[in-house]
Ligand binder design. Structure first.
Ligand code: PRT
Ligand code: ZN
Length: 297
């Protein structure tokens, strides 16, 4: 008899927090649907043998390393921290960055501290929730600091007198400013990514991973792409093509009884208002920009 667990792929995602909604959305866009359990910690895959585990983000790398799941969506910051801390960084395999959950791990110092370079941190006390990653990144610069781990409220450590500097995640910088801290140096740029475990999966699971990755590529490309339609003078085709971001060969259709043409193209780069204004100036009219829902190259 087949062992069900060996045939079904398990994906761990964050239960609730900054990454949970987008993680669910990206899997839903890949065509996966789930029946939610009562405790909401395990979602059973309905159309594919792919199930979800909903957990704290910090637990995802360990669940992967221990084989409790086959894939996980987690911030690179957490994957690297746990990998380094457990000495198993090479066993966590990043399969794809997912384009959300962007933030940076930065060193911040009290305003007016006079510390303006990483070298100035040598021998000082740094508070962080990412001790292993911070130590590794500072060591690369030849800096040795006394690093202490705090699970939360890292930003208040300098004012409490328990640290000279912090190393913390930053996105808008509001938290740092509110605590009179200045961002001195970015150590690491992070975003959410899909991770697997190094080593071989059984063929059935590997086929599911390959299918998921191929769909993920399509989802990511589609979300970045726009379908643009416009009318233009036939003589302006070359100029119009140049102005369409990320397009080499648009589809061109004649407009009956006119010297104008219809141009359709998938733009692989962001289409800004400036692009549309430039197209209009080049003679384009009836310009439409539509979202692309799915894409398979
Ligand atoms: O309960 P669980 O453990 O699952 O969640 P959590 O509270 O540990 O994590 P959560 O949901 O806050 O963050 C999950 C992931 O989101 C992180 O691991 C990062 O990969 C990513 N992320 C993106 C961020 C931020 N942006 C972010 N700004 N994680 C945390 N922050 C915090 C930061 O620590 C600081 O306190 O937001 C504050 C700074 O924000 P700004 O905008 O003021 O600069
Ligand atoms: Zn967490």
């Amino acid at each position: 008899m087949k062992n069900n667990h060996q045939e079904r792929l398990r994906v761990a995602i964050q239960k609730s927090g900054r990454l949970s909604e987008r993680s669910q959305e990206v899997l839903k866009n890949c065509g996966l649907r789930f029946a939610r359990s009562k405790d909401k910690l395990f979602w059973y895959g309905q159309d594919f043998p792919v199930d979800l585990l909903l957990v704290r983000d910090d637990d995802i790398p360990s669940l992967l390393l221990e084989g409790a799941c086959d894939l996980g969506i987690v911030g690179e910051n957490i994957a690297r921290e746990v990998g380094l801390e457990r000495g198993k960084e090479d066993q966590l395999q990043q399969l794809r960055k997912l384009g959300f959950g962007h933030c940076r791990l930065s060193v911040a110092v009290p305003e007016n501290s006079g510390i303006d370079s990483l070298q100035g941190l040598d021998g000082l006390r740094i508070a962080t929730s990412y001790p292993a990653l911070t130590r590794e990144l500072l060591a690369r610069e030849g800096i040795r600091a006394e690093i202490s781990k705090l699970d939360g409220a890292v930003e208040i450590a300098p004012a409490m007198g328990t640290a000279d500097a912090i190393s913390d995640l930053v996105s808008t910088g509001t938290t740092l400013r509110a605590n009179h801290l200045a961002e001195m140096q970015v150590l690491f740029q992070s975003e959410a990514a899909l991770y697997g475990r190094a080593g071989e999966l059984n063929p059935a699971k590997q086929a599911l991973v390959d299918l998921l990755l191929s769909r993920l590529n399509g989802v990511m490309q589609a979300s970045a792409s726009k379908y643009v339609m416009l009318h233009a003078p036939r003589a302006a085709l070359e100029k119009i093509t140049e102005l369409l971001p990320g397009v080499e060969h648009p589809s061109v259709m004649p407009l009956e009884g006119s010297d104008r043409i219809a141009v359709h193209a998938v733009c692989g780069e962001t289409v800004f208002w400036e692009h549309l204004e430039a197209l209009k100036a080049a003679g384009a009219s009836a310009i439409l920009v539509l979202p692309v829902e799915k894409m398979l190259a």
